[in-house]
Each structure stands twice: as C-alpha cells, then as structure tokens.
Design a protein around this ligand. Sequence first.
Ligand SMILES: [Fe+2]
Length: 386
Amino acid sequence: MAPSAITEIITEPSATGTLSLQPIASKMAQRPKNADGSALYPDYLPFYDPLEKVDDLGHFEHHDVGHRADPKMPNLLAKATKVVNLSPHVGTEIEGVQLSQLSSEGLDELALLAAKRGALVFRNQDFGDIGFEAQKKIVRHFGPLHVHGWAPHPAAGSPEHMVIYDHKEDLRVRRSWKGRSPVQWHTDQSPEPQPPGVTFICMLESPAAAGGDTLVSSSVQAYKSLSPRFRKRLEGLTAIHTNNDGVSQELKNGDGAVMRRQELVQEHPIVIVHPVTGEKALYVNPVYTKRVVGFDEEESEYLLRFLFDHIAKRQDLQCRVRYEAGTCLVWDQRVTNHSQTLDYPAGDRRHAFRLTSLANKPIPAKIEEDDGECAKDFARVQLGLC
Ligand SMILES: [Fe+2]
C-alpha cells in the first residue's frame, strides 16, 4: 500500500538527518487572522479607565430560570444536528443551534442543561456579531450581569462585557502570570455575596495554530467522588473567599490600575446545593478560597490543600474546551471549576469576551448544628475562636 501524503511529510529527513516537522507546519490549518495583523474585532479591544467606579449590586432576589425548563429540552434542541459529550462527567458540544435565535423557553432549557452538564460548547455562532445590547439581553435572561472590579471592557462602553485579551501590544494579562503557573482552578468571582451562575465566553480570535483552551472540572463529581464519611465531614463547613490577591496584582499596574469596586470578602458553604438540580457540589477553589471557618490555621491549610489537589488532579472529572472564532462556551459556575491554559506563543492574539450572570446566595448542603463543644473550651472562647 502506498504511503499517504502525511506519512511522507512526517518521515521526510532534514538536512541534518533528524526528523523535521517543517513540512507539516506549512500545511497546518491556521485560524482566521487579518493580513495586516490587526484585531478581527476592534470594537472589543480592551479599555482601561483607572478613574472608573461602579457601585456594588447589593442583594437581589434570584429566580433560576432552569426551574421553568422542560427537561426534554424541545426548544433548545429543536435544531440540534449533533450532541456530543466531551467527557462522561462534564461538557457537551451541541451543533446546529444558534444561541442568538433561542426563545425564552430555549434559554430556560439552556440553563437547565448547563446545570446538568456543567459546560456547553456551541461553534460557528453569530453571538459576537449581534451587538452589545443584544448579547446582554440574552445573558441577562439568567440573572443580573456582573461587572468586574478591574478587568477591561470595550472602549465603546458596556462595563458588563469583560474583555479577555492577550497580544504583543497588550501583555497586561500575560505579565500578571509571570513567574507562576497560569493554570489556576477557580469559579469566577466566588467572593461575591451572590456569585455567578450561567456564564458565556464568546471567542472572537484564537491563537493562530492551537492553544488558549479552557479546562473545566465538575464540582458535582468532585464532591461525589469523595468517600461518604469524608463528604459528611465537609457538609456544614464554611470557608472565606476573597479577591484580595487579584486586587494586589492589579495594583502593580500603578497609575494605570483599575479599581472600580471595593475588595470582596465573603463566607460560603464548602458544599453547596444547586437550586434547580438539587445536586451537591464542592464550592472551594485555590484562587479565592482562603480558610475554613472554625478550623485552626494548619487544619484549614491541610484540608484546603487536599481539596484543591483533588480538583486539579482528577482529570477523569474534567474536559477541555478548544475554541475557534465564533465558539461560545456556556457554563454554570455553581457546578464547575475552570482554568485557562495560556499555552500558545507569547504575543499571539487571543481575544474573547465574557458575560456573567449572577445567581443565588450559595445554598449550604446542610445547616451546621452547633454541638456546643467549642463553647466548653475556655481557651478558645477567650480567643474568640467559637
Ligand atoms: Fe475564570
């Protein structure tokens, strides 16, 4: 049998006799780029205003639209041509559906499916072309929109649009990862009093060859995969979440630092319940979760380190989302953790925007019952540790 063209390319020896991959590079598919090197979506270039201030939203009633959804999902999946799970526990890719065309009922079903599968991937979307207001109207269906404390938004306005941008002319994000791993598992903005639920990332321009994927892990399965006795120990515990590391990082930008909002500190249950599915999920992450309430420092570090490692190392509970221009990732932050990869060449352009709906105050898996033991320990009472 004659060798295929690709076999000939792979085995072609270089002048030095070693295997050369150069011929492959010339045949590799490249993602869309402007010939002059300019951004494909200039209206979405990042804008930083150090003087900009935004008030906190405050408490709001949240009614999860997933409650209204038809579990058969006839509106969401009416035009779907293919539905493929990215891994058994998290992530589903749906072909043939335009997010911009979904009815109110279809968006309800989108919320339910995101809660069940954690992350949903839609390719070849026109979502990036329908304009700021239409985009916000769709994501606002799930809850009020979040405004980030310092991340850029488009120059034309819309502070709710969080621009994700990395390019040789703007290395602000890449510099912030200098000297540390860019892989940091988290749920976005967990220190909010009512943290995010359904969230959209719309990819506008991807690195030329490959890279810039998002890693997603299931927090529901991260919880379920623990032993029943260990799970029982976690229920009722709470932990402190804060964004003070991010604030410190942003302040390194000096006069150009953006600080729209106050620093956030919040106590949340370590195991939460999703309001629609009733599934329990582990709700800690190494970016924002700092200590377990009521534990001594070493105990807290010990437990959180185990839980963070558990989330990061259980690749059987994860999926990986690859993007092209026009790919939208829709996910439910309450049942997942995620991380960037930042694995493509420095200077290459990766450009996206995120719209984030806020949801319910995290629901504890169980109300902790104070057994009174701490109050009997005089030393702990004197030090205010109960
Ligand atoms: Fe994130």
